[in-house]
Unconditional design. Structure first.
Length: 340
């Protein structure tokens, strides 16, 4: 009696998770460029790396890109200028974005790569001098491909302001928050309005500061907010012309409980200043770590105001740096900065 031996071949199979519809540039979601931000909801959940489907695309080169990107496209307005901004939608907490020109099949190197620049760790890119009517592609991912999920994105055409804002930053003192900013030039600038929000969305005016009319000299301003019951607040700065025209020129998030050290301006081209919110008696050093892992170190020598101006920053190459501030071998603060 013969026995028939049957061999069963087990064929492996996997679960295929649906990628976002705009997982590659040729299926980019179209953004409408408007005068004000009108958010489009997006997600990079289950998104893949575009280089797999389109090997000619060059990696963005910032925000520690590790894949998981999605794509958007927009038509450049007649001004040739655009601003693309990402924001919180209850998923991603830290985005990177990059802009590309060309057609979906000929995209290569990015025009600009942006990490941060918007509220919190969300990204914003400003492009000027583009060809009106041309198509720009926008690539969005989560920093290091961590915590993928939902986000918001919008595109606007900027209206250039009658002032040139040099920097804007906040400092949390014991009894107040101080908002500071400086201008390089002003035209028909009557005054500034400071608005405040507890959630980053709903703002209310809390004060004004007189402007300098017409000026080509640098001017520095400050405003003190003594209502400091909340740990995190947001401030918006508006400029008012003599004809009553109101223009938003800056937004800042201020955390009172988390930061031992603040730095400004950030991003910056030429200088970087540190303010220490606590008096430290030990030896303090600052490590600047670039995206290749190279470390440069400088020793802190604070002035009477617990402040320190970096002498090393001016010589750094442009790019993203991770900063660790160390006292007697213990890290007291970490942050990211951008050298323009």
């Amino acid at each position: 009696m013969k026995k028939l031996l049957l061999t069963l071949a087990l064929i492996p199979f996997g679960i295929c998770l649906a990628q976002p519809a705009n997982d590659d540039p040729c299926n980019a979601t179209v953004l409408t460029v408007g005068a004000a931000c009108s958010n489009t909801a997006g997600t990079n959940l289950n998104a893949t790396a575009s280089e797999i489907a389109a090997p000619g695309i060059v990696g963005p080169g910032c925000a520690n890109y590790q894949g998981g990107d999605v794509w958007y496209s927009l038509t450049v307005p007649s001004s040739g200028n655009i601003i693309v901004t990402t924001s919180d939608a209850g998923g991603i907490t830290d985005t990177g974005i990059a802009t590309y020109s060309g057609t979906c099949g000929t995209i290569t190197a990015p025009l600009t790569c942006g990490d941060d620049g918007a509220i919190g760790l969300f990204s914003e890119i400003i492009e000027t001098g583009l060809t009106p009517g041309s198509t720009i592609y926008v690539r969005v991912w989560s920093f290091s491909n961590l915590n993928p999920g939902n986000f918001n994105i919008c595109a606007v055409y900027p209206i250039f302001l009658p002032i040139q804002l040099l920097d804007m930053y906040g400092h949390a003192y014991e009894k107040m928050n101080q908002l500071s900013w400086s201008t390089a030039s002003e035209e028909n600038n009557d005054y500034f309005v400071i608005e405040k929000s507890t959630n980053g969305s709903d703002f209310k005016a809390i004060g004004t500061v007189k402007g300098n009319g017409n000026s080509t000299s640098r001017h520095t301003y400050s405003f003190n907010d003594f209502d400091i019951n909340l740990a995190i607040v947001y401030y918006k700065l508006f400029q008012i012309n003599f004809d009553g025209t109101k223009m938003e020129i800056g937004t800042i998030e201020m955390k009172r409980q988390a930061s031992n050290v603040t730095c400004h301006p950030n991003p910056s081209k030429d200088e970087l200043n540190f303010t220490f919110n606590t008096t430290y008696d030990g030896n303090i050093i600052i490590n600047y770590i670039n995206t290749q892992g190279e470390i440069l170190t400088e020793k802190v020598e604070m002035d009477v105001n617990n402040s320190f101006k970096s002498s090393l920053f001016h010589d750094l190459l442009s790019g993203l740096y991770y900063i660790t501030i160390i006292e007697n071998g213990s890290i007291i603060e970490t942050m990211k900065i951008i050298k323009k």
